[in-house]
Design a protein around this ligand. Structure first.
Ligand code: ZN
Length: 397
């Protein structure tokens, strides 16, 4: 078995031209699908020298096959995306397509398919022992369901990859950990009755916040009851409060479940300056999270895939994913952010300060603290009450 980290090179999607058309069509760039985000997020691991490290095995992205997409997606949806992805059709709206969040643009089906192909290869190569672990920055389309595009997501690569894994390794247990600021609703719904996929989502939940689901009471159904875990947090949740929820809930559930495979949808959008969310994490918490995830993975079967997920402050997303990649692959980052990358950010109109990889500590304003603290306590209490008995953790309630 190789001890290398597979890293999926997005060259194939960066070369597709449809994104440029989408950029031209819109006065304001689509928050997910825009060229600046693709180039800036991928530019940082390249310019930091990570991609050339002997610890990393760079892999091309490939398109998912029809057969693979059908492991989860509705054939009518796949055909609509393939045939009318460029132009739209009267049926587009029925599948959640041709909206502000999931626009149609030339080659959209190919973009979506490459993302799925890479995530499948990431998961299967780790499962088969070809690589120690695997990272795909552009995976994590966790809002898509079998016949609906939603929240910038077309095909749900997480679900398709896990289903492919289940096909080859029936009966094995997957932990799907979703630390994206948004609820992992699409993935949760795909495995809602399946105890062999434990979904844990820790996310913001507030009035009007997308997608509006992810309450602790959503615990799964049938045999899957107790295997959907939802940890909602209020806006302005900071490092300390977020970490308390993670440590009190995720760690004991994880240890009790003993997964055979860990699929981690990171989401860089819980970062404090993300334009679409209100959580207040700093780079330091992502760093700490990565170390904890790896410790937990190493206590078990050592099989980990990480996909990037959301992140709409492109500079922050680039830094977070690069920090995590360096940690997972055991590579030292250069002491300061590379000057070439700062120039690339400036070219795309992003302001970046020179400096290192950490952020200034942030703590909640004093007057907000009791309210946030109470809401986090309430989430912790509810999740313990609803979920811990499934895992024999009654004495920790
Ligand atoms: Zn998100």
């Amino acid at each position: 078995m190789s001890d290398l980290t597979a890293l999926f090179d997005p060259d194939a999607i960066i070369k597709l031209e449809g994104i440029d058309e989408l950029d031209r069509m819109r006065a304001v760039p689509n928050p997910f699908w825009n060229r600046a985000r693709l180039e800036v997020t991928w530019g940082l691991p390249v310019m930091s020298g990570l991609v050339e490290s002997p610890r990393i095995a760079v892999q091309p992205m490939r398109k998912a096959t029809r057969e693979e997409l059908l492991l989860y997606h509705d054939p009518a949806y796949i055909e609509t995306l393939e045939l009318f992805g460029n132009t739209g059709t009267a049926f587009s709206a029925r599948f959640g397509l041709d909206t502000d969040e999931c626009p149609i643009f030339p080659g959209v089906d190919q973009y979506a398919s490459y993302i799925v192909g890479a995530t499948i290869d990431a998961m299967m190569s780790v499962a088969d022992g070809k690589f120690e672990d695997a990272v795909s920055f552009f995976g994590g389309q966790h809002h898509a369901t079998e016949s609906q595009a939603s929240g910038f997501c077309y095909y749900n690569d997480c679900v398709v990859a896990i289903k492919k894994y289940q096909e080859k390794y029936p009966g094995k247990k997957v932990l799907y950990l979703d630390t994206d600021a948004h609820h992992g609703d699409g993935t949760q719904s795909a495995f809602y009755d399946d105890p062999n996929v434990l979904t844990i989502s820790i996310h913001e939940l507030s009035m009007g916040f997308y997608p509006g689901t992810g309450r602790p009471e959503e615990i799964g159904i049938g045999d899957g009851k107790g295997y959907s875990v939802n940890i909602p947090l209020p806006p302005l949740t900071d490092d300390v409060e977020w970490w308390r929820a993670f440590e009190d809930l995720v760690v004991p559930i994880w240890l009790a479940y003993e997964p055979d495979f860990v699929f981690w949808e990171v989401g860089a959008d819980a970062y404090m300056n993300d334009p679409l969310t209100d959580l207040m994490l700093t780079y330091d918490t992502y760093q700490r999270l990565s170390k904890t995830v790896r410790q937990l993975v190493h206590l078990g079967t050592r099989k980990l895939v990480m996909v990037g997920g959301g992140g709409y402050n492109s500079v922050a997303a680039a830094k977070i994913w690069t920090i995590l990649l360096a940690d997972i692959a055991d590579i030292a980052l250069p002491p300061t952010i590379p000057a070439d990358w700062i120039r690339l950010c400036h070219k795309h109109g992003f302001q970046v300060k020179r400096g290192g990889w950490t952020s200034r500590p942030y703590r909640l304003p004093y007057d907000q603290y009791p309210k946030i603290n109470r809401a986090v306590n309430e989430s912790i209490r509810k999740v313990k009450e609803l979920i811990f008995p499934t895992f024999g953790l009654d004495d920790l309630i």
